[in-house]
Ligand binder design. Sequence first.
Ligand code: HH2
Length: 273
Amino acid sequence: MRRPPVEERLRRPAVMGIVNVTPDSFSDGGLHFHPASAAAAARELAAAGAAIVDIGGESTRPGAAPVSLDEELRRVVPVLEELGGDVPISIDTTKAEVARRALELGAELVNDVSALRADPALAGVVADAGAYLCLMHMRGEPGTMQDDPRYDDVVAEVAAFLEERLGAAVAAGIAEERICLDPGIGFGKTVAQNLELVRRLDVLVELGRPVLVGLSRKSTFGRVLGDPDASTATTAASVGAAVAAFERGATVFRVHDVREHVEALTVAAAVSA
Ligand code: HH2
């Protein structure tokens, strides 16, 4: 299928709603574990203004255990079947077979937190379907990524990684205009490193592809508010981070609280127009 460039399909600022079909996601685990409830949540997020809804069957929170292919398919396929193509869908997976089934069932974007490193077959699936792709930076694996993350220059290293993965994706036959990039806030980064990535987001924007950010409810923003043990963050804290990222050039915002982000970003965009 011939799709327009991702920046036309997801115009800045675009909101991506989150539905985690998992028992253990850090902020909404267990909430939408049944297909009918997950599908209803996806419909509500689209009605609230999400340009696309990201459905995931594997938690990637720090310390999360991997999920088998069969279990991940069992979680997400019934939700996509229930939706029947009614809602624009992104599939949050690192597995080629999950992506293949989701694309067959109408998904248009593959959100791969491994940036095509986990499953060698995934690039071909995305290329063959002409799907959109998000490449995200992660240091290490979810099981261990928060164990003392160190960088000489976090922004330069994330930018170099994303540039290299963009090249690999294009070499595998995925059109560059369908790819967006994500610094992977919270994936192997300290609070200071996450804040620096948002502060200097212009460096990632200069790579020439739309930047997607996942800031929503991440513990960094709870910790900024003074709780050193926070494992999540409030909607207001998340919206503040999103507006800061918007002002530095982010295009797509992956969020749990869609209406609040749509309203805040619409106003931020009106001010900057
Ligand atoms: N963050 C999470 C999951 N997927 N995808 C992208 N592209 N960017 C992100 O920052 C990102 C992501 C983690 O958040 P959440 O889905 O709320 O939790 P969990 O991984 O525990 O399901």
